[in-house]
Design a protein around this ligand. Structure first.
Ligand code: SF4
Length: 216
């Protein structure tokens, strides 16, 4: 896909969500960081069911560290991988208190040094909280990058680098949300709704589904 096509594609899907936001519930950088750590292999909807209770019990890094892995685990058992997530949230909260004055750092290296925080989580926090034009590649964006021709890549880093390089700079920050929402609701994994996709004229996918499914 040419850079011009990429620009048309992104502008087209932006029409579905002119002011996009993450679907995770959060109130500040700390609650966003914790929610994103919780969202690994769990849907945002599922994470949103457990985080309000967790943040009510422990609204700050100090309170979360004091609650500890056991206390956190008791409140998040409904989400996948809860034991590992509880340990990571307790440990990253303690590290925020000990090394960052209880604040979430805005540098990538400091973020990625926190337990349970990888490049994708750091990219989401930098984008949503600190306004940086990062591209967190999740399963939807990885599929879209390859399927449509936006940014083909063998791994998430290649897709991330391709998107950052090719998306017009002024569209890059919000593109993270536009692409996730497009992948979640229209360019779905099994059968994309190409028949109602605004970006269809610029998409290179060979097996487009141009007929709506029959309803019983
Ligand atoms: S035309 Fe189909 S495959 Fe291409 S982006 Fe739209 S939904 Fe996805």
């Amino acid at each position: 896909m040419s850079r011009e096509q990429v620009g048309h594609f992104i502008r087209a899907i932006a029409q579905d969500n002119p002011a996009p936001e993450t679907e995770l519930l959060y109130t500040d950088a700390f609650s966003l960081l914790v929610a994103v750590v919780m969202s690994a292999q769990a849907t945002d909807a599922m994470v949103n069911k457990v985080t309000p209770g967790l943040f009510a019990a422990a609204p700050t890094p100090a309170a979360m560290a004091a609650l500890g892995a056991e206390g956190i685990g008791a409140l998040i058992r409904r989400i996948g991988l809860w034991q590992g997530k509880a340990k990571n949230v307790a440990a990253l909260s303690a590290m925020l208190v000990e090394q960052h004055g209880g604040e979430v750092p805005r540098e990538r290296t400091a973020l990625e040094a926190l337990p349970g925080v990888g490049r994708k989580t750091a990219n989401v926090v930098l984008n949503v909280m600190f306004g940086e034009p990062t591209m967190a590649v999740d399963t939807h964006i990885f599929r879209l990058g390859n399927r449509t021709g936006l940014a083909p890549g063998r791994n998430v880093r290649e897709v991330e680098d391709g998107l950052v390089k090719r998306i017009p700079p002024e569209l890059l920050r919000d593109s993270h949300h536009w692409l996730i929402l497009h992948g979640r609701y229209i360019c779905k994994a099994r059968a994309p709704d190409c028949w109602r996709c605004r970006a269809e004229p610029w998409c290179n996918y060979r097996d487009k589904v141009m007929t709506p499914p029959l309803r019983a």
